[in-house]
Structure formats: C-alpha cells, structure tokens
Ligand binder design. Sequence first.
Ligand code: ADE
Length: 242
Amino acid sequence: MLQFDIVTIFPEIFVSYFSESIIKRAVKNNLIKIKIHNLRNWSQGVHKQVDDRPYGGGPGMILMMEPIAKALEAITVNRLPLTANKKKTVNSKRLPVSRIIMLTPAGKKFNQREAERLAKYDQLILLCGRYEGFDARVDKLVDEKISIGDYVLAGGELPAMVVLEAVARQVKGVVGHDHALAEETFSKGLDYIEYPQYTRPEIVEIRNQKSEIRKLRVPKILLSGNHAKIKKWRGKMSNKAR
Ligand code: ADE
C-alpha cells in the first residue's frame, strides 16, 4: 500500500482536507496510508526550535538541517532506488521503496506524468518548507525537489496536498468509477474528461448584461441516444479543447 509521510511544522493544515475529500475514502478503504509528522518532534531544546537566521545575514528564517535529518531518518522505510531495489527481496517479497521529496518553487514542475511516476513508489515522504527556505544542506537528504508551479507560496503544505491528491488518484480504486476507460481522453494518457458535459435541466435561462433573457440548451446530439454519434462528437470537442 502506498504510504504518504508529510513532514511539516503546521500539521493541523492537513486535517480538515484529508477528512473531507476523496482522500478520506481512500484511507478508509486501505488504498493509501497518510501519516502527518510535526517537524518539531525532532527539534532540540525547550523552545523546540526548527528554524534560525541565515548565516551572512538577510531576511527571514531558514529551516534547520538537523531536525529534518532526524525526522527523515526516523520515517524512511528504505531509500534504495526503484531499479536497484527490484532484485531486493525478503521472503520473496520485494522490499518497499521510499522517495524523499522536497516541495519548493525551485523544484521540477509537477504534472500528470509525474503523478503517474510517483505512484509507483511504496512510500512518498513530502517535506514541506516554510519561511525563506531550507538550509541548503537539506538538498543532500532528498531524492528530488518538486514545484507545483512558477509562483511562490507561503510553504510546501498546499503543494504537498496537491501532489498527494494527484498521486493518490493514480492508485487503483481511489477514483470511484473505473475512470473513463473507454474514453478518448483516457487513451491519450489523460485521466480527465475534456469534452463538455451537461446535466439536467435541458434548458437554463440566464440574463445577459443587457438584461435580456437567454436560453442555454444542452447540445441536441447528447439527447439523441445515438451513442456512436455522441462518441464522435465528444472526440471532436476534445480535440477542440487542446
Ligand atoms: N513552496 C512554496 N512555493 C512552492 C511551489 N510553487 N511549489 C512547491 N513548493 C512550494
């Protein structure tokens, strides 16, 4: 079972999201496991310090290396690379493989392909930064760095949630219905539907900016019951979306 370990100084951030979304169901059905770790558990001293000022001066605070090193050591199951680990078996069972990931705007851009790749691991450790960043030596402790986009957020917590959800959706059974198996989009390697979809009612009335009433209708073809034609139309509309 794929296990996510999140290392953060704000563990509470994750509680409500993971207890409401499809993630909740996935955990309940034992499809994935999530552990949230407070970095302060590995800090030293009465002040539970995890950050300090940068050497050489400058604004803000930097996450210290030592608590992170201790946390990762305690959490990581087995850090061998996937390939090297293939042959490693104990009682003919393959050893689990961990991947340590730092969330940072300086990382490699995350996308659907990356989500598919990461879903192959057994344990994903998501390290969330805050403040002005990590002590640069933390680089030596991680396998890769991931960014969810070219913008700077206050910390790695939202990115960790984004990565977790996108990866978890790749785990069999997490997405309820067997996702769009026969759909055009699926065969293109995308797991979302690109053609426009409609539900009841057939006609919706809205007022435009001139306060005139406009009727918005469901395309007739979708009401036709002709599945061959609908399929063709959806294909055409998907291509349009690209
Ligand atoms: N931390 C702050 N901004 C981030 C981003 N865009 N991606 C990943 N981690 C981040």
